[in-house]
Write a protein that binds this ligand. Structure first.
Ligand code: GRF
Length: 202
């Protein structure tokens, strides 16, 4: 399985995925490419230090779809079977979602469907919820709305701040992403096998 990771910034989830692939915690997989839409993304240098091709594909005022066409063609050039969004701060176009349907995962720092969108930890504290957490889900055309694959929860302390909650959730995110990738890996392997069989028969 070839994984492509899209980032916009820090890249700690990206680093966790690369490390898990390298240590065998995500078996039979490689990280084929990391792509950022921001040249300033800190995660790029980590990917490079691990020998993973790291590209910057900025929007440059293009439409969402035109930008996504370049992303999809780079992912396809690297043979990517599974796209992992890891702090990627742009919505994907229907064009992108259609090409990689059921093959795009995202991680979000709340227990979806509660608190989609930006500042999920702030939203959780403002609502006074007593537990929050993270969700890894399939990406569809709606924001933070696809089918849920893995969730992990944390209890919210009475004196919780956005910073302390974000830190607690981030600790769980890295494991949650590995669990989710391992869950979908079997499905993807089967689909690839069917696909190979079909092309042999053709
Ligand atoms: C994480 O909290 C993730 O849930 C959200 O953006 C943040 C990215 O962090 N989508 P990192 O870049 O993976 O460190």
């Amino acid at each position: 399985m070839k994984i492509g990771i899209l980032i916009s910034g820090r890249g700690s989830n990206m680093a966790a995925i690369i490390d898990a692939v390298n240590s065998g915690d995500i078996p039979d997989a490689t990280v084929a490419v990391v792509i950022s839409d921001k040249s300033s993304a800190a995660g790029l240098s980590y990917a490079e230090s691990k020998g993973v091709p790291a590209l910057v594909i900025e929007r440059h005022g293009r439409s969402r779809e035109d930008h996504d066409k370049e992303l999809v063609s780079a992912l396809q050039k690297h043979g990517v079977d599974l796209v992992c969004l890891a702090g990627y701060m742009r919505l994907l176009s229907p064009y992108f979602v259609q090409i990689y349907r059921e093959r795009i995962l995202n991680i979000h720092p709340s227990l979806l469907p509660s608190f989609p969108g930006l500042n999920a930890q702030r939203q959780a504290l403002d609502h006074g919820v007593k537990v929050s957490g993270c969700t890894v889900h399939y990406v569809n055309e709606q924001l933070d709305a696809g089918a849920i694959i893995v969730q992990k929860y944390v209890e919210i302390a009475p004196d919780e701040t956005v910073e302390s909650l974000s830190e607690k959730i981030l600790d769980l995110e890295h494991q949650a992403y590995l669990d989710a990738i391992n869950k979908v890996a079997g499905l993807i392997a089967n689909e690839n096998r069917d696909f190979d069989a079909a092309s042999v028969r053709a």
